[in-house]
Each structure stands twice: as structure tokens, then as C-alpha cells.
Ligand binder design. Structure first.
Ligand code: ZN
Length: 444
């Protein structure tokens, strides 16, 4: 018998026993990246946290019975602006950025979600949803825009539990003559000929951000599903608006039963921002010496992230990474030459308590001495590759030099492999993978 899973539900502000709608089809949706720039370490937090939850759900319900959807937002005004700035096409920018994102999250030990839908491939569903909302009286077209009519939904605000005044203050309201109410938000807007656009009943245009997630979760998980996750900063207005759209379009009380949110991330005690110079990307942490004077392995980044409970704010510091590296290397040493057995019951019970990593880690420290094979299995369970030795922690130029390669040769091989995969040239991709593996690079 599996231990019962408890999760903290933002909707009810309490820890609840998780009961899926259908235990043979457990469904979870997490808001994914907008692909216009390197993902920063704050973006990595929900990716790692919900990957751990995905692994736990697969353990509890069976690999084939969990469907995890994490979208890719590939139409957005930030993307348009960045592509214009760089003089590249939108497609080039989104493809390249997505490719780097996929490599980053793989290095962090994350499994691929079951589906990674792209917004641009779900425009038809967005238009359908908007049409439903208009015909039900929850949205209106005005001046080539379509807006959601917030006062038409009596329960608006149920997730964030904010007062109307607070919501008005938090939503950074754009005043526009075509809006009936201050809180009304955009479902569809017109596109200039130079901007990406799709034909719709309201003219050539593009979707607002919120409708993208309602359409993609509907397309892949249905009208109601189990868990919706994301960062705490998405509660309002994004998730509130997703709920408004989906509940009103389907005439339902609920969009998802459980809403889970990870806490904020700051860097060395300060809010991360480009102007403060403490903006840290996943890519830089993995591949440069920008943070703490060294490159960090994905496993150490993952461990450092998980060591703060997912709902607490996390302070991302060099010290915390060094501590995580020490713990990780200790575990690796204890498991040297050991074949993983099975994760222990205590470990699963700890994680099943709203992903209580501190409790799980305390147990791992005991296993380190008493049962290294179980320790290896627990680490593998959480996405740490226990077969890798700690010498792989750093992309070590000295090591490469020994086999007559430079870092840029290696990067070239990695790029060639990605290109071969994109071209679906599997023999070539496998050949490069083998070559990379013979060089000790197995993270691809
Ligand atoms: Zn979303």
C-alpha cells in the first residue's frame, strides 16, 4: 500500500490528502517558459519542484497513469520585441531559446513532461474558447480586441483571495477606451502586419497570455484536471484569469482541484534583476564561472534548489551551492561502486508529506551509513544520477585537454548532435552521442 500523498492547496490554504479524479489518469499542468531569453534560476524552481512531484506521482500511481503537461509560450510581445532587437525571425528566436531551455532542464535532471504543447499550435482551441466565452456573456469584442468581462463572474478572485482594490492595484491596469471595466483583461488583440497573427472572427490578431494556458490544459487534460502548478507570482493575475476563462467557458465551478505554488527566489539576499547585476541564468551556472568562480553540475543545482522547502522563499547563494556540493559529494563517496536497490518507505513517506525534502534528507544521511544501496536508489528516484562520479561536477578543461579537445570542440559536437536530432537524422545523432559518451559526456 502506497503512503497517502498530502499537498498544500492554495485554493483552500490548507494541506489536503490528494485524491485524483481518475487514479489511472492523474493529470497535472504547469505553466512553462516564455521562450525569448535564457531561463534564469528563478525559472528553474518550478521546473525542478514539479519534476519531483511528477516522479512521486509516477511512483504512487504508475508511470503510465500520470500525464504531466508543461507548455511553451512561443507567442508573446516580449518575444516580438526581442526578435526585432536582435534582427532574427520570431521562429529562429523561439526555436533556439527552446532548444537551450530543453538542454538546461535536462542537465538539471528533469524528466520530459508527457506533453510540451506550444501556444502557436493551439490557436484554434483559443479561438473556440473565446467564442464560447462571448456567447455565454463572459466576454465581448470591442475595437478588434476581445476582453474578458470580469464582473460577469461572481467568484472572481477565489484563488488569490484579494479584494477588488488589491486586485486593481496588482494587475497593473492598462486604461483603454474599449474596456468596459477596469479589471477586464485581453483574450485577443489585433496584430500589426509585422507582428505574428492569425485570422479570427475578430480580425487578424493574436491571443493574450492567459487564454493560452486555458486552451492548452483543455486540449491535453480536459475541462477539469487534478493539479495546476506554477510560481507564486503567477497566482494573480495569471492563474486567477485562467480559472475565470476555463470555469466560465465550460460552466464549471472548478478548473483544477489542487493549485500548487512554489515560493520566490532571491539571489544573495536581493531580488534578482538585470540592473543589480545579479541576474543568474541556468546556462551560466552550468557552463561558466560567473557564480562563485566555478561551473556547477546540474545535480548540485538541483539539490541546492530542493533543500529549501518549495513553498518557502529561497535565497540562492554561493554558500548554499557549496553546502549542497559538500552533501552531494559525501553521498557520492558513500555510494561508490554500489548498485541501487529500492527507495525506502520512510523516504517516500517524507516526500509524500507535501514534498518534505528536509525530512527526506535527514533520512538520506542515515542511509549513507546504514544502507548505501538504498541511498543510491533514493537519489536516483529524485533525478540524481548516482552512477556519475563527482569528478563530472565540473566541465573540466584539463580533462578535455588530456584527450586533445578544447571546450569549443566539445560544444561544437553538442551543437551538431542537437542539429542532427532536429533534422531527425538519428544515425548521425547516435554516432555523435557515442562519441560524446566515449569522452565521458553523458548528460545529453
Ligand atoms: Zn499558465
Amino acid at each position: 500500500m502506497s503512503p497517502a500523498l498530502k499537498i498544500y492547496n492554495t485554493l483552500t490554504r490548507s494541506k489536503e490528502f490528494f485524491e485524483p479524479i481518475d487514479c489511472r489518469n492523474v493529470r497535472i499542468y504547469v505553466c512553462g517558459p516564455t521562450v525569448y531569453d535564457y531561463a534564469h534560476i528563478g525559472n528553474a524552481r518550478p521546473i525542478i519542484v514539479f519534476d519531483l512531484l511528477f516522479r512521486l506521482l509516477r511512483h504512487l500511481y504508475g508511470d503510465r497513469h500520470v500525464k504531466y503537461v508543461r507548455n511553451i509560450t512561443d507567442v508573446d510581445d516580449k518575444i516580438n520585441a526581442r526578435a526585432a532587437e536582435r534582427g532574427v525571425t520570431i521562429r529562429e528566436l523561439t526555436e533556439k531559446t527552446n532548444q537551450i531551455f530543453q538542454e538546461d532542464v535536462k542537465a538539471l535532471g528533469c524528466l520530459d513532461p508527457t506533453v510540451q504543447p506550444r501556444a502557436t499550435e493551439h490557436i484554434a482551441q483559443m479561438i473556440q474558447l473565446i467564442e464560447r466565452l462571448i456567447s455565454a456573456g463572459h466576454a465581448y469584442a470591442a475595437d478588434q480586441h476581445v476582453l474578458f468581462n470580469v464582473p460577469s463572474m461572481p467568484g472572481y478572485g477565489q484563488l488569490s483571495r484579494r479584494s477588488l482594490d488589491e486586485m486593481l492595484a496588482g494587475a497593473r491596469i492598462d486604461v483603454a477606451p474599449y474596456k468596459r471595466g477596469d479589471m477586464d483583461f485581453v483574450l485577443w488583440k489585433p496584430s500589426h502586419p509585422s507582428e505574428p497573427g492569425w485570422d479570427s472572427p475578430w480580425g487578424r490578431g493574436r491571443p493574450g497570455w492567459h487564454i493560452e494556458c486555458s486552451a492548452m490544459s483543455w486540449a491535453h487534460l480536459g475541462e477539469i484536471f487534478d493539479i495546476h502548478g506554477g510560481g507564486i507570482d503567477l497566482i494573480f493575475p495569471h492563474h486567477e484569469n485562467e480559472i475565470a476563462q476555463s470555469c466560465c467557458a465550460f460552466d464549471r465551478e472548478i478548473m483544477a482541484h489542487y493549485w500548487m505554488h512554489n515560493g520566490f527566489l532571491q539571489v544573495e539576499g536581493e531580488k534578482m534583476s538585470k540592473s543589480l547585476g545579479n541576474f543568474v541564468t541556468i546556462h551560466e551556472l552550468l557552463h561558466s564561472e560567473f557564480f562563485g568562480g566555478r561551473a556547477w553540475s546540474g545535480a548540485i543545482l538541483r539539490l541546492a534548489m530542493l533543500r529549501t522547502h518549495y513553498r518557502q522563499p529561497i535565497d540562492w547563494t554561493v554558500k548554499a551551492l557549496e553546502d549542497a556540493a559538500k552533501v552531494y559529494n559525501d553521498w557520492m563517496r558513500a555510494m561508490d561502486g554500489v548498485t541501487p536497490s529500492k527507495p525506502t518507505e520512510e523516504f517516500i513517506i517524507a516526500l509524500s508529506d507535501d514534498l518534505n525534502f528536509a525530512k527526506a534528507e535527514a533520512h538520506l544521511h542515515i542511509l549513507k551509513r546504514s544502507d548505501p544501496a538504498a541511498l543510491a536508489a533514493c537519489l536516483e528516484f529524485m533525478g540524481f544520477d548516482s552512477h556519475k562520479s563527482s569528478s563530472h561536477d565540473q566541465s573540466d578543461e584539463a580533462q578535455l585537454a588530456k584527450i586533445g579537445l578544447t571546450k569549443s570542440d566539445l560544444e561544437q559536437l553538442i551543437v551538431e548532435r542537437i542539429e542532427a536530432r532536429l533534422a531527425k537524422n538519428w544515425p548521425e545523432s547516435d554516432r555523435i552521442r557515442d562519441q560524446l559518451e566515449s569522452l565521458g559526456v553523458s548528460r545529453l
